[in-house]
Ligand binder design. Structure first.
Ligand code: HEM
Ligand code: NAG
Ligand code: NAG
Length: 323
């Protein structure tokens, strides 16, 4: 009798656990900052710990991780597609021109995924959400603003190198091309100017700014001369120059630099060539609070690009391949 009621208790317990597992189905309404609050409250702290350790070990990693989220979102939405390795059926975005020998931080994402799955006991956090949270934590780790990350994205089962090549903006673009590139993603001039402020951290390789330092006229002559010796007409393609004078600090110097024609990329300096963009550049240059507020807002807007939700896609157990 006692035994029987015990096993009945066990059966009920099992049933209620099973039901709560079923009620953990994907959120259908869109993204929410509270998505993992009940499913796995340990998830966000676990991610933050790994990001902080990685950035402490190498400051540049914060920049590289922020860029991964951008390159993920611009290619068929924020769906973790950039993380898929090439296979006979996966047209890996890692091999697209903007990413090949340029996108980095994939090992840190693997480490975060392992940690967060261990903390949660099973794979409940999508790779797309990991990229979004990691971008925010990276910005915070380098002294920038914080924001509530919208969550509940699911992971793609496909990737597209072709779309990565066509949709990720190129450093030789002029302002109209940048504006229309962002417009196609539902982003406005303000998002373009605020999000380009991400170039307040990190580095670029010589081949991405060579044309600018030899051919552009809207460049500070001393800066051009300096860079030309470091990045000659041929060779040294992978030499790194910082995108602003303080590449490990999320400050406003990126914008100050643009006002004195010291932008590193042609696309950076292009923001000073149109009236409405230039007004924003000026205001961000002397008002870090305005920059921070708009950057955070635009990161949320970028993070909302075409997420997979509900029963779409999957939660990958390894970010590098589909389940
Ligand atoms: C507006 C158009 C943009 C263009 C044309 C552009 C282009 C580039 C290029 C060419 C590099 C250097 C890559 C290399 O040399 O390997 C770079 C670096 C970087 N980009 Fe952008 N970018 C743009 C917008 C953004 C946005 C919106 C973000 C993030 C919100 C971002 C984040 C970064 C970061 C953090 C780095 C440094 C990465 C590192 O040091 O590893 N970029 N970008
Ligand atoms: C990517 O980079 C590797 C190594 O430099 C190079 O061999 C390969 O051809 C590149 N792939 C593409 C698709 O450009
Ligand atoms: C500068 O522009 C000329 C003419 O368009 C081009 O031939 C040359 O390759 C450019 N130089 C660099 C270093 O990109």
């Amino acid at each position: 009798m006692v035994l029987n009621s015990l096993s009945l208790f066990r059966a009920l317990l099992f049933l209620s656990l099973a039901t709560s597992a079923f009620s953990m189905r994907p959120y259908k309404e869109g993204l929410t900052p509270y998505f993992y609050d009940y499913v796995c409250p340990q998830a966000l702290p676990a991610i933050k710990r790994v990001v902080e350790a990685a950035v402490q070990q190498e400051r540049r990693m914060g920049a590289s991780l922020l860029r991964l989220h951008f390159h993920d979102c611009l290619v068929n939405g924020c769906d973790g597609s950039i993380l898929l390795d090439p296979t006979p059926t996966i047209d890996s975005e890692k091999l697209a021109f903007p990413n090949n020998n340029s996108a980095r931080g994939f090992e840190v994402i693997d480490q975060i995924k392992a940690e967060v799955d261990r903390a949660c006991g099973r794979p409940v956090v999508s790779c797309a959400d990991i990229l979004a949270i990691t971008a925010r934590d990276s910005v915070v780790a380098l002294g920038g603003p914080s924001w509530k990350v919208q969550l509940g994205r699911r992971d793609s089962t496909t990737a597209s190198r072709t779309t990565a090549n066509s949709d990720i903006p190129a450093p030789n673009m002029d302002l109209p091309a940048l504006v229309s590139n962002f417009e196609r993603q539902g982003l406005k001039v303000k998002d373009l100017v605020a999000l380009s402020g991400a170039h307040t951290i990190g580095f670029a390789q010589c081949f991405t700014f060579r044309n600018r330092i030899f051919n552009d006229s809207n460049i500070d002559q001393a800066l051009a001369k300096n860079l030309q010796s470091y990045c000659p007409r041929t060779g040294n393609d992978a030499n790194l120059a910082s995108l602003d004078p303080t590449p490990a600090r999320f400050d406003t110097l990126y914008y100050n630099n643009l006002l004195t024609q010291k932008g590193l990329l042609h696309s950076d300096q292009a923001l000073s060539t149109g009236e409405s963009a230039l007004e924003l550049v000026k205001s961000y240059s002397y008002n870090y609070e305005a920059f921070w507020k708009d950057f955070a807002k635009s990161m949320i807007r970028m993070g909302n690009i075409k997420p997979l939700i509900g029963n779409q896609g999957q939660i990958r157990s390894n970010c590098r391949r589909v389940n």
